[in-house]
Design a protein around this ligand. Structure first.
Ligand code: SF4
Length: 459
């Protein structure tokens, strides 16, 4: 059994997508470093986005992320937004690397190539440095694996998820043998991986602060989200309405209403290109903070207990990443929002005192089971419809799954490992158009209807 660090799953990131924004940004930064390391002094930079990156890259700001990475920006957008970086690079028509100028016009040098079906990964991107007469001086291929992880370049294959590294059954058996719980197991594993307890505490505190901040910004920032949908942000209005509600006016429960509002707040922040925590991805970033913040406000637990719950959530995310996939382009939204719901359910169940084997595993399994087969079909390739509401539904489902598991005693017939295996198999069988291409489901029907409406209006 070889359990990776939970901090490979839980990371501060920038929306709207960990696989289509963060991953390409890191790949571009890496290629920039290679150009500098080889001592090149000029030429033209070229980027080819393939597969799902070609299909939904514009909506996911992949072009802007690549321009920002090649330009050497830090992945912290507090000062400058990705669209602003893209506009600046467009205006300059070049990029400076190690004191030299390299021609780069994003509209010509970022190629969205949806033709290649035989790819090493659905999120593949190729970088090249060309001489003035078009010869290839340097070329590198990268794969954006989901959750911001990248393979290729100086990342090598080491950044790839190694499949079958561990199962939850093995973890639960180890907990039994060692007389520890899931939190103790993950803490010991981090220590074994060289992350000391102070470092773990600092990282968890930073992650939880970033999660709470993303909720706070989401419930207080009004306006319209970027992109062709011109979608107005809903979270501030929902939050105000919630605070005015009296008990009888809550349709489900006060807690469920807050969980929905917080999840939408974070998902809207993500859609706006804001700072969120990948859990396991940016597209699904609202689920875990919404569930945990709602519980914290309801039962009044200190941050330290939330930090413990984050460790359990990370473990569940790792189990999916290493035994199936957390990339929508590989397995559809079941791998993103489905995994997020399982992570949040396990975290909530742990926070509420659930037994690891009989209840936490069951909570994660219950949450994931009902998302199996969930397609990824974002309208116009934006992480907005259906993604934002999906975060709310999954946060409520997570709390429901945790509650259900705590009510149940006795053995669950389906383990979390079985649900993860079903996710992997279903993802393999799913038609490509349902895996982050914006060519199936709600995305294609919406576009068809929008085209019909336009035809009717102009006719
Ligand atoms: S549908 Fe799901 S997987 Fe696809 S972009 Fe939206 S949140 Fe991500």
């Amino acid at each position: 059994m070889d359990v990776p660090s939970v901090f490979r799953i839980l990371k501060v990131g920038i929306g709207p997508s960990s696989s289509h924004t963060m991953g390409p940004f890191f790949a571009a930064r890496d290629f920039r470093g290679l150009v500098a390391a080889h001592g090149f002094t000029g030429g033209r930079l070229r980027v080819i986005l393939l597969g799902s990156l070609a299909a939904t890259g514009r909506g996911h700001l992949t072009d802007a992320a690549v321009a920002a990475g090649l330009s050497g920006h830090e992945f912290d957008r507090a000062a400058t937004s990705l669209p602003e970086v893209l506009a600046a690079v467009r205006a300059a028509g070049e990029i400076g690397i190690a004191g030299h100028r390299f021609a780069f016009q994003p509209d010509e040098d970022i190629v969205f190539d949806g033709s290649d079906r035989d790819l090493p990964h659905p999120n593949t991107l190729r970088f090249a440095l060309l001489s003035n007469d078009g010869r290839v001086l340097l070329a590198e291929e990268y794969r954006s694996l989901g959750g911001g992880a990248v393979a290729g370049g100086t990342f090598g294959e080491g950044a790839d998820w190694k499949k079958g590294q561990f199962t939850m059954s093995q973890v639960l058996a180890a907990c039994r043998e060692e007389g520890t719980d899931l939190v103790g197991f993950v803490r010991e594993n981090e220590r074994r991986l060289g992350v000391g307890s102070e470092e773990v505490a600092a990282r968890l505190a930073a992650l939880w602060t970033a999660m709470v901040d993303s909720i706070s910004r989401g419930v207080s920032t009004r306006g319209v989200l970027p992109g062709r949908l011109h979608l107005a942000r809903r979270a501030p209005g929902m939050y105000e309405a919630l605070q005015e509600r009296t008990g009888a006016q809550h349709v489900l429960s006060r807690e469920m209403d807050y969980a929905s509002t917080y999840a939408i707040a974070v998902a809207e922040e993500n859609a706006a290109g804001g700072r969120v925590v990948t859990a396991p991805t940016c597209g699904a970033a609202g689920v875990l903070p919404a569930a945990l913040r709602t519980l914290q406000e309801t039962i009044g637990v200190p941050d330290e207990r939330i930090h413990d719950a984050l460790l359990v959530a990370g473990l569940i995310g790792l189990a999916v990443a290493t035994n199936a996939s957390i990339a929508g382009a590989e397995v559809g939204c079941q791998g993103e929002v489905g995994t997020a719901s399982a992570m949040a359910a396990a975290a909530a169940c742990c926070l509420l005192g659930g037994d690891p084997e009989a209840q936490v595993d069951r909570a994660a399994e219950t949450a994931l089971e009902h998302y199996l087969g969930l397609t990824c079909d974002p309208v116009y390739g934006l992480v907005q419809i259906p993604c934002i509401e999906r975060n709310a539904a999954a946060a409520v489902a997570a709390l429901h799954a945790a509650s259900l598991a705590l009510l149940c005693r006795g053995e669950d017939r389906i383990t979390f490992d079985t649900a993860v295996a079903a996710l992997a198999e279903t993802g393999r069988d799913m038609d490509r158009k349902y895996k982050e291409t914006a060519r199936g489901g709600i995305a294609s029907l919406f576009e068809r209807e929008a085209g019909d409406r336009q035809g009717t209006e102009s006719g």
